[in-house]
Each structure stands twice: as C-alpha cells, then as structure tokens.
Write a protein that binds this ligand. Structure first.
Ligand SMILES: CC(C)(COP(=O)(O)OP(=O)(O)OC[C@H]1O[C@@H](n2cnc3c(N)ncnc32)[C@H](O)[C@@H]1OP(=O)(O)O)[C@@H](O)C(=O)NCCC(=O)NCCS
Length: 146
C-alpha cells in the first residue's frame, strides 16, 4: 500500500535522494542554494507545494511538486504540475498515477480549473501514463533564457 502525503521537514533526506535522482534523469544540475530554496518553499506550502509517496515499509518512492497561477482564460487559477518522479525500483505499480491524482484532487479542492504539465516529446514511458490520465493538447513549448 503506497501512501501519498504533503512533504514535511522530516522528509528532507528522502526528498533529497529523489530530487537528485530526478535531476540526474534530466542529465542536469541544480545549484545547492536552489535546492535549499526549493525545499524551503515547499515546506512553506504557499507558492510551491509538494507530496511524497512512501511504500508499505515507509520507503520514499516518489515525489511531485506543483504550483498555481492566475490566468486570463479563467477567473480562477490553473495548477501547473512541475516535477514528477518515481524511483526506478518502484515503477509500474501505480505510484506515478497516484501522484498525479493527488495533485488533481488538491487542485480541485483549491478551486483550480485545470491541471497541466509539460513533458519531453520522446519521454515515451511518461507519455504512456499521461495518455491514460490526461489529454494531450498538441501545444509546443518555446522559451527565452534570461
Ligand atoms: C513517468 C513515471 C513518473 C511513471 O511512474 P510509475 O509509477 O511507473 O507509473 P504508474 O505505475 O502509475 O503507471 C501508470 C500507467 O502507465 C503505464 N506505464 C508506466 N510505465 C510504463 C512503461 N515503462 N511501459 C509501459 N507502460 C507504462 C502503466 O501501464 C500504467 O497503466 P495502468 O495503471 O493502466 O496499468 C516514472 O516512469 C518516472 O519517474 N520516470 C522518470 C522521470 C520522468 O519521466 N518524470 C516525468 C517527467 S514529465
């Protein structure tokens, strides 16, 4: 039985391991001060929110982070799911689906009118899950680094 709950200060060591594995998955690096700030803002639970999944032995097996923002196409807010990761040893047993459902339920209670996220076009594993729980919009992402 996997439980999903809001991230608390006691989750820091487990969150660190999952966060670093997620960054490694993206072959990227995040400066230590950014990681500190990210965890602090998740704990504050004001602008950034996070949940952690633990298996029946209490082992941390996944994380999800999200935020809300106003939008011109609604009087309410949209919910953006920014990070999703499941430990490779725990994949394929519903944790990823459960983490997305957790955000959807939270966003529904919060009054958001939709949950959305981005993924790499070639992330076939993630897209197998996403195609089951959400609708692909066909939008393409552009950005300008500053
Ligand atoms: C994407 C990810 C979060 C999925 O987590 P997960 O716990 O394995 O997903 P689930 O077990 O909830 O899978 C849900 C569904 O997707 C399908 N699925 C998941 N992985 C699959 C795979 N490798 N091949 C085929 N189907 C797969 C399952 O069949 C399942 O469907 P079902 O519930 O109807 O049987 C996980 O693979 C991961 O962390 N990947 C690396 C990081 C990443 O890509 N994050 C997303 C960035 S946008």
């Amino acid at each position: 039985m996997t439980t999903i709950s809001r991230i608390t200060a006691e989750d820091r060591p487990a969150w660190d391991a999952l966060w670093q594995a997620y960054i490694t998955f993206y072959e990227s690096e995040v400066p230590a001060d950014v990681t500190e700030s990210t965890f602090a803002r998740i704990l504050a639970d004001e602008h950034l929110h996070g949940a952690i999944a633990r298996d029946s032995d209490g082992r941390a097996v996944g994380l999800v982070h999200w935020l809300t923002h106003p939008a011109t196409w609604t009087t309410g807010v949209y919910c953006y799911l920014e990070d999703l990761f499941v430990d490779p040893g725990a994949r394929g047993s519903g944790t990823g689906r459960g983490l997305i459902e957790h955000v959807r339920d939270w966003a529904h209670r919060f009054g958001a009118t939709k949950v959305y996220w981005l993924t790499a076009d070639d992330n076939a594993t993630a897209r197998t899950l996403y195609d089951k729980v959400a609708t692909s919009t066909g939008f393409v992402q552009y950005e300008i680094e500053l």
